[in-house]
Design a protein around this ligand. Structure first.
Ligand code: NAP
Length: 336
């Protein structure tokens, strides 16, 4: 069985997902593409040698009778409209983060999916598919380190472009942790606070960098998440779970241990695309299998909503300097 897939948004990640479906994964075929920049969409079709129709409109692509499933990889503010249209058409849809740019938008999708009566949406929170994060989760779930009490985390990028503003540290960068940490702990958030250390000189005037996001969960776990997006030395993701009886650390990505010039060292990755390259493959293969088996799983619309609510509270905390409550609506039984 082949799942015929349409891709909306053929920029960096849209092209990359189309490539992996075509060249690396099994069970899926790209039959349709759309981008506001049609030249760009045509160029991707040519580069990847796709046998795919280029649509002028994403909504027409969704309605096309030969499209079974949709990947939404366009600009964030367009996601809600495309995901809602896919759900209305009863089609499976993989949506890159964010599910929608507002919590209210995410909730609209949650409501539409509940009304449709089955899971149709998978959100692109790929860290849940990373082997290291899965090992951490297993250590927590099996109670190997006792109940988790604290977490120390860091999300560091070597540099960011100057269009990157302070709130993006939350909505673009920490959003991955905001999903992964509640998944790891099987917990929800109570509050967010942001404190600003001394600023690095390697930043733009408009950007507060680094930042520390202090999180409290409903079970009382305290998390500190350093977000440092001009750290210079590499793309570095750290996650340490302190439990009652031990500590579990996210494994480092595999790299050679070098002995050279009187030094013993490992290289650090510089590009985020390399850090989670396998998890992108695994998440999309999981989506295709979900379409085949009529049972899409993985990060849900509810998870997209939960991350959006947490991000809103964290952005409010950036601005107020106060501890901001995370307030979600009641979780529909559908997502239990
Ligand atoms: P990108 O390179 O700018 O690509 C987005 C593409 O969507 C662009 O070609 C853009 O065209 C197009 N587009 C914008 N509005 C559209 C519309 N209404 N209909 C159809 N196409 C539209 O951005 P990207 O880096 O691929 O990111 C795309 C999405 O993936 C974002 O939501 C981002 O947050 C997410 N993402 C996730 C990860 C992850 O780790 N999971 C990594 C990267 C990106 P124009 O350029 O002409 O506007």
């Amino acid at each position: 069985m082949t799942i015929n897939i349409g891709v909306i948004g053929t920029g960096a990640i849209g092209e990359d997902h189309a490539r992996r479906i075509t060249q690396t994964l099994s069970g899926g075929k790209i039959v349709a593409v759309n981008d506001v920049n049609q030249e760009q969409a045509r160029a991707v079709v040519d580069r990847l040698g796709l046998d795919a129709k280029v649509y002028e409109s994403g909504l027409d692509l969704i309605k096309a009778s030969d499209v079974d499933a949709i990947l939404v990889c366009s600009w964030g503010p367009t996601h809600e409209e495309f995901v809602l249209a896919a759900v209305a058409a009863g089609k499976y849809v993989f949506c890159e983060k964010p599910l929608a740019v507002t919590a209210e938008g995410c909730l609209n999708i949650v409501k539409a999916e509940v009304a449709a009566g089955k899971r149709l949406v998978q959100v692109g929170f790929m860290r849940r598919y990373d082997k290291g994060y899965q090992m951490l989760k297993q250590a927590i779930d099996s109670n190997e380190i006792g109940e988790p009490l604290m977490m120390h985390c860091a999300h560091r990028n070597p540099t960011v472009p100057d269009r990157y503003v302070t709130s993006m540290a939350i909505v673009d960068t920490a959003i991955h942790e905001l999903d992964a940490l509640r998944w790891l702990l099987d917990d929800d958030y109570k509050s967010m606070q942001v404190v600003y250390p001394r600023r690095t000189k390697n930043r733009f005037e408009h950007l507060a960098d680094p930042q520390i996001l202090l999180i409290e969960t409903l079970k009382g776990v305290r998390i500190d998440l350093e977000i440092f997006v001009n750290c210079q030395y590499g793309y570095d993701i750290q996650c340490s779970v302190v439990g009652e009886e031990g500590i579990a650390n996210l494994p480092e990505p595999q790299s050679l241990l070098m002995r050279k010039g009187a030094k013993l060292y490992n290289e650090v990755l510089m590009d985020w695309k390399d850090r989670f390259i396998e998890s992108y493959d695994i998440e999309l293969q999981d989506f295709i299998r979900g379409c085949e088996n009529d049972a899409v799983g993985g990060p849900s619309s509810w998870d997209g909503y939960a991350a959006a609510v947490a991000a809103d509270a964290a952005v409010a905390a950036q601005e107020s300097g106060q501890v901001e409550a995370v307030v979600m609506v009641e979780r529909p039984a559908f997502y239990n």
